[in-house]
Design a protein around this ligand. Structure first.
Ligand SMILES: *Cc1c(COP(=O)(O)O)cnc(C)c1O
Length: 392
C-alpha cells in the first residue's frame, strides 16, 4: 500500500463540514444558517477607514511583526475600557500581538506552548479548529463535555469533570467563553474555580473570547482578570465577530510579555504578518462609542429571539443561548435522532441549512441529536427561514 498523502496527525479531520454544507446551500438555493458569518457588512466608517489606509499607503507593505502600533494601542485601550474595572491592563508594546484572525492566534498559541504528548483540556463541543491545531502541535486533546440540562434549556460545565480530567500530563486548558456552539457564558463562580484549578495544578490557559461583546444574559468576564491568571493566560480576541468583517482576518492576543514572546515565535513563521490596511481600520473600529457595541448586542438579541421562538414553534427543543450568535436545538421532539442525516436532508425538506453538532464532539454520540443554527443574518432572512421550517 502506498503511503497516504495526508499525514497521520491530520488524517482524521478531512474537510470541514462547513464546506459541504455551504455547497449544499448553494446547490439547493437554501438559506444558509450553517456557517457563522454575518450577511451584512460591519460599519460603513470602518470600511472607509480600510479604503483610506489602502489609498494612503498604510499597511500595503509588511506591517511590523507584532502588529501596527495603532492597532496594538487600540487593543490595549479596548481591554482597559471594557475590563479595566476588573484590573485588566496590557502594555501595547510588549503584551499585545496582532494575528491573522483568532484562528492563527489559536494555532500559534498551541504550537508555541505544547510539547508533543502534552494533554490539552478543551470544552466539548468545540470550535472546529481546536482539535486539528492541538493535533498539529502534537498534543493530545482531552474533552470535557458541556452537558445539556433538560430543565432550564442551557448547557453547563461540570467542574468535577474538569477537575478529574487534569492529569500530570496536562499542560493547558483551551477555554472558550462565550461558547460556540452552545451559547454558554461561563459565570464568575465557574471561572473562579477554573482559575483556582489552573493555579493549583500550574496549568496555562488559552481563552478564546471572540464573542466577548455578544452576551445577552449575564456578563463576559475575562479569565485573565481572575487571581493568579494574568501570568498564565493567553487571551484571544477578533474583529471578525465584533465588527462583522470575518473576511478581514484580524485577531489579537493579549498576555504577559513572556507569553506574547512565545506565541510570536510560532506566529512569525505561520503568516509573519497579515491584513496591513485592515489593521488600521480595526484600530478605528475598536474606538467606536459604546453605542456601537450595545447596538450590536441588542440587534443580535432580537435575532436570537426571532430564530429561537421560530425553531420552538417548528417543534425543536431550543437551547436559548446566553451569548454568541448560534442556537443549538434538539431534534428528537421532531422524531429525529441523527443530526447528520437531518442536516443533509433539511435543504430538500425545508430549504434551510444547519450544522450537526456531532462534528464538534470527540464523543459523536453525545452530539448526535443536536443541530446548530446561526442567527447573524438579516431579520427578513431569519423570518423566511422560520416560515420554511414550519413545514417540518
Ligand atoms: C469564528 C471563531 C473563531 C475564528 O475567528 P477568526 O478571527 O475568523 O479567525 C475562533 N473561535 C471561535 C469560537 C469562533 O467562533
Amino acid at each position: 500500500m502506498p503511503r497516504p498523502l495526508l499525514n497521520r496527525r491530520l488524517a482524521e479531520f478531512g474537510t470541514t463540514i462547513f464546506a459541504e454544507m455551504s455547497a449544499l446551500a448553494l446547490r439547493t438555493g437554501s438559506i444558509n444558517l450553517g456557517q457563522g458569518f454575518p450577511d451584512t457588512d460591519g460599519p460603513e466608517e470602518v470600511r472607509e477607514a480600510a479604503v483610506r489606509a489602502l489609498r494612503d499607503g498604510r499597511g500595503n507593505q509588511y506591517p511590523p511583526g507584532p502588529g501596527v502600533p495603532e492597532l496594538r494601542a487600540a487593543v490595549a485601550a479596548h481591554q482597559h475600557r471594557f475590563y479595566g474595572h476588573l484590573g485588566v491592563a496590557y502594555d501595547p508594546d510588549t503584551e499585545v500581538l496582532v494575528t491573522a484572525g483568532a484562528t492563527e492566534a489559536i494555532a500559534a498559541s498551541l504550537l508555541a506552548l505544547l510539547e508533543p504528548g502534552d494533554e490539552v483540556i478543551a470544552l466539548e463541543p468545540y470550535y472546529d479548529s481546536y482539535a486539528a491545531c492541538i493535533a498539529m502541535a502534537g498534543g493530545t486533546r482531552v474533552p470535557v463535555t458541556l452537558r445539556p440540562s433538560a430543565e432550564d434549556g442551557t448547557y453547563s460545565l461540570d467542574l468535577d469533570e474538569l477537575r478529574d480530567a487534569i492529569t500530570d500530563r496536562t499542560r493547558l486548558i483551551l477555554l472558550n467563553t462565550p461558547h460556540n456552539p452552545t451559547g454558554t457564558v461561563l459565570d464568575r463562580a465557574e471561572l473562579t474555580e477554573i482559575a483556582r484549578l489552573a493555579c493549583e495544578r500550574d496549568l496555562l490557559v488559552i481563552t478564546d473570547e471572540v464573542y466577548e461583546h455578544l452576551v445577552f444574559e449575564g456578563e463576559h468576564l475575562p479569565l485573565a482578570s481572575f487571581p493568579g491568571m494574568r501570568e498564565r493566560t493567553v487571551t484571544i480576541g477578533s474583529a471578525g465577530k465584533t465588527f462583522s468583517f470575518t473576511g478581514w482576518k484580524v485577531g489579537w492576543v493579549t498576555a504577559s510579555p513572556e507569553m506574547i514572546g512565545a506565541v510570536r515565535s510560532a506566529k512569525q513563521f505561520l503568516t509573519y504578518v497579515s491584513a496591513g490596511p485592515f489593521q488600521y481600520a480595526v484600530a478605528e473600529a475598536l474606538a467606536l462609542p459604546d453605542s456601537y457595541y450595545t447596538g450590536l448586542r441588542d440587534d443580535l438579541r432580537t435575532k436570537r429571539d426571532l430564530l429561537a421562538d421560530g425553531l420552538a414553534a417548528a417543534g425543536f427543543r431550543v437551547f436559548r443561548p446566553s451569548g454568541t450568535y448560534f442556537v443549538t436545538t434538539d431534534i428528537r421532539p421532531l422524531g429525529e435522532e441523527d443530526g447528520f442525516a437531518f442536516c443533509r436532508a433539511l435543504p430538500e425538506r425545508a430549504g434551510v441549512v444547519a450544522i450537526p453538532n456531532a462534528v464538534f464532539y470527540d464523543h459523536q454520540d453525545q452530539g448526535a441529536p443536536y443541530v446548530r443554527f446561526a442567527f447573524c443574518k438579516q431579520e427578513k432572512v431569519l423570518q423566511e427561514a422560520v416560515d420554511r421550517l414550519r413545514a417540518l
